[in-house]
Design a protein around this ligand. Structure first.
Ligand code: DX5
Ligand code: ZN
Length: 221
């Protein structure tokens, strides 16, 4: 069994009560907060930036914050998110002109670094920078919105990514994002993912602890 982590995405939280919502999913058993940054440029939607991340830290959130940058360009936001208390910072390689440099910027800012691949993006994009990665995030929907349907081709890609990570000898988390719910979780875990982003599956449920508990139970089986 892997060291599984559940990362509730606050994209589906009630933004008017964001601190309480983050507290609630952590108290319900979430391991880290997944923080979706959208710029209405790289993706067709607009969410929140470093000030909101900082506000969550000031509110008292101490769990890791997993910042998923869906922005272009990337570099300017790295230092700001590091200062705002980000733990992981991941970005899409197509959104940075110099991927290796962006990864180095994240590391020197004191955060864990990761790349995110869209459903149609090849694993070759990470081939020459594996030694700089702490996380690889595979999108199982096209980025921009919560509540979309899981794209099944992600399962084969997860298996390939798992083999690549194991061969690298590095401790790299393999995260999956999009359409993860009680129906799809088991298959993504079997395909090799160890970190599960879930937005609507958790926040649209009446009882967060109940869904997260069921997820854990499936992962333990
Ligand atoms: C999509 C975001 C996801 C999103 C997942 O662009 O990156 O993190 O919140 O939402 P669900 O779990 O509802 O598919
Ligand atoms: Zn995300």
């Amino acid at each position: 069994k892997r060291d599984y982590k559940i990362a509730p995405s606050i994209l589906s939280a009630d933004f008017a009560r964001l601190g309480e919502e983050a507290d609630a999913v952590l108290a319900a058993g979430g391991d880290m907060i997944h923080f979706d940054v959208m710029d209405n440029h790289y993706v067709p939607n607009l969410t929140f930036g470093p000030m909101v991340c900082k506000a969550l830290r000031q509110y008292g959130i101490t769990a890791p914050i997993d910042v998923h940058l869906m922005v272009e360009p990337v570099d300017d936001l790295i230092e700001q998110f590091a200062e705002a208390g980000a733990s992981y910072i991941t970005f899409h390689p197509e959104a940075s002109r110099h991927v290796d440099r962006s990864l180095q910027l994240i590391e020197s800012a004191g955060c864990k670094a990761g790349l995110v691949l869209n459903p149609a993006s090849s694993l070759d994009l990470i081939k020459h920078v594996v030694q700089r990665l702490d996380m690889l995030l595979l999108m199982s929907v096209n980025p921009g919105f919560g509540g979309q349907k899981f794209i099944p081709a992600t399962l084969d890609k997860l298996r390939e990514a798992r083999a690549l990570i194991d061969a690298s000898g590095r401790d790299i988390r393999l995260e999956v994002d999009g359409g993860v719910n009680l129906e799809t979780l088991k298959s993504v875990a079997e395909a090799g993912a160890d970190t599960f982003v879930a937005g609507s599956a958790i926040f649209n449920a009446p009882d967060y602890a109940d869904v997260i508990g069921q997820m854990r139970q499936q992962l333990a089986e």
